[in-house]
Design a protein around this ligand. Structure first.
Ligand SMILES: Cc1ncc(COP(=O)(O)O)c(C=O)c1O
Length: 302
């Protein structure tokens, strides 16, 4: 498996060489933003959507990305090409850059740092896609949107990490996070969907969740398949009485949930709408995206 890493202007291939400056505020304070992106069969899936979100997140934290969106696209494609693997996971990070001890971003005078990893990820073991996940509602509430808006995909993931640790402690595969009023937001790094009586529902973005790119793909895919979709306010009780539940995310793709808070969901097996959507999603990932492998010959001297 090829690993290619862009380190703010230089390229490395070994993890131990992939180091960032200690005084970078991305490291000191989580002051920065990121994207998780996938490449399938030599094409980067939904790259434009990820780049739009990255630049929107940058605006959200008043960070100027020192390269244009089209140049960033070339860098991502180049990282994938160098990795040489047709199927990969890409982590794109833009940090505030090196500064002082002290949170004031005005001290970060060198400008933002750009880091790209083109490598591999496996979030859940393969059998979980067949058997389904056990999920628990975790005590930690999702960040209030007026404190840290979920649409900003920032390097501050402690809120989600608390949720993940609680799920681990409770022996579950994933944690379900609620907002301050008890409405379902999302899992710790995935969006949540339910099916009831043939209707596909997911929590509306204003409940303080990251409205993921995979979530959008699934909603659109359902539309093309004639499945009714709703973005709603959702309670844990709604989920427990669902016919199907599944999670979505770039890393996880679509993964079924068969147990929530110790309650079996329907017959405890992944449902038919999940299966149709997963097949549709997999087909999309194999037919669209920004190509990177045919460029191998062109820029091998670069
Ligand atoms: C908090 C959170 N929610 C949802 C998602 C899923 O979003 P996407 O489908 O864009 O990967 C992610 C992953 O990026 C995430 O970090």
């Amino acid at each position: 498996m090829g690993l290619s890493i862009y380190l703010n202007g230089t390229w490395v291939t070994r993890r131990q060489d992939a180091v960032v400056p200690l005084y970078d505020h991305g490291f000191l304070y989580g002051d920065g933003i990121f994207e998780g992106i996938r490449g399938y069969v030599g094409r980067v899936f939904r790259l434009d959507d990820h780049l739009r979100r990255l630049y929107d997140s940058a605006r959200g934290i008043h960070l100027e990305i020192p390269v244009s969106r089209s140049h960033m696209k070339e860098l991502v494609v180049e990282a994938c090409r160098r990795s040489g693997d047709p199927d990969l996971y890409i982590r794109l990070i833009v940090s505030r850059g090196p500064g002082d001890l002290g949170i004031d971003p005005r001290k970060c005078t060198e400008g933002a740092g750009i880091y790209i990893i083109a490598g591999a990820i496996q979030l859940y073991p393969p059998q979980k896609y067949e058997e389904g996940l056990k999920v628990v509602t975790v005590p930690t509430r999702r960040n209030r949107p007026d404190a840290l808006p979920a649409q900003i995909k920032s390097l501050n993931y402690l809120n989600n990490i608390f949720g993940k640790m609680e799920a681990n402690r409770l022996g579950a595969d994933e944690g379900l996070m609620l907002d301050g009023s008890g409405y379902v937001t999302e899992a710790t790094a995935d969006n949540v969907f339910m099916v009831r009586d043939g209707v596909l529902s997911t929590p509306a973005a204003h409940f303080g969740l990251l409205a993921g790119i995979t979530r959008r793909v699934v909603l659109d895919l359902a539309g093309t398949m004639g499945i009714a979709t709703r973005e709603v306010g959702m309670l844990v009780q709604d989920l427990i009485s669902a016919d199907e539940i599944f999670l979505t995310g770039t890393g996880a793709e679509l993964i079924p949930v068969i147990d929530l808070d110790g309650e079996m969901i329907a017959d405890g097996r992944p449902g038919p709408i999940f299966r149709r959507l997963l097949a549709g999603f997999r087909a999309l990932t194999r037919t669209e995206g920004e190509p990177f492998l045919e460029k191998v010959g062109e820029s091998s001297q670069a």
